[in-house]
Design a protein around this ligand. Structure first.
Ligand SMILES: Cc1cc2nc3c(=O)[nH]c(=O)nc-3n(C[C@H](O)[C@H](O)[C@H](O)COP(=O)(O)O)c2cc1C
Length: 185
């Protein structure tokens, strides 16, 4: 079983990275193989809203903006579950998270066949600062996307600097539970 952990922060030793490491610890403790992908280390540009609003994402389910998106998007098919960790910026997902997820949604949402995420469990984590303002709106925005790409919404976790100690444990436990859930399926 393979779990992809996607992080979307430029900060290599911040809260987002700690959440990603917690997810790896939990998933591997439950017996899964994991791959961590940091979107900020990849070249994934913005959707260009080609044509009159839809490009080949609509019917060919591919994006014509050529960069690291294609190989990452295609590799998703080989994974059984996902943990996605974004820092909270302006009460929303980070820029690198948005660039990737916007293009994923366009390529996946109109598939007649199963999407690469279909019925696969997905944990969304919003890593906020001291105030925690906007952690909920961040998770709400991810929820809409997960509905479009037909993922199994396994859990939504908000974490702040104040809640870090116990929420890191929550991420570990949620990640373990997700792997056990996949085994039972
Ligand atoms: C541009 C920007 C916007 C931010 N907006 C928010 C916000 O709306 N709410 C919040 O609680 N923290 C906000 N923060 C703080 C980050 O969410 C917080 O520092 C988080 O831990 C960043 O993740 P990192 O530790 O991986 O860098 C913002 C930080 C930046 C850089």
């Amino acid at each position: 079983m393979k779990i992809m952990i996607i992080t979307a922060s430029p900060n290599k030793d911040g809260l987002t990275a700690a959440c990603g490491n917690a997810a790896r610890f939990g998933t591997e403790a439950a017996g899964a193989k994991t791959q961590i992908v940091n979107l900020n280390e990849l070249k994934v540009g913005n959707c260009q809203a080609c044509g009159n609003g839809w490009g080949p994402c609509f019917d060919k389910h591919q994006c014509q903006v050529l960069d690291d998106f294609q190989s990452l998007h295609n590799s998703v098919e080989d994974f059984d579950g996902f943990v996605f960790v974004t820092p909270v910026y302006w009460g929303d997902i980070s820029e690198s998270a948005k660039a990737f997820l916007d293009r994923v949604r366009r390529c996946e949402a109109w598939k007649k066949e199963a999407t690469y995420f279909q019925n696969k469990p997905f944990i969304a984590v919003a890593a906020a600062g001291g105030s925690g303002n906007g952690a909920m709106t961040t998770l709400t925005n991810i929820e809409r996307l997960l509905v479009h790409i037909k993922a199994d919404r396994f859990d939504y976790i908000g974490i702040t600097k104040k809640s870090r100690e116990y929420k890191i444990k929550t991420i570990i436990e949620a990640s373990k539970a997700m792997v056990e859930h996949i085994k039972e399926k």
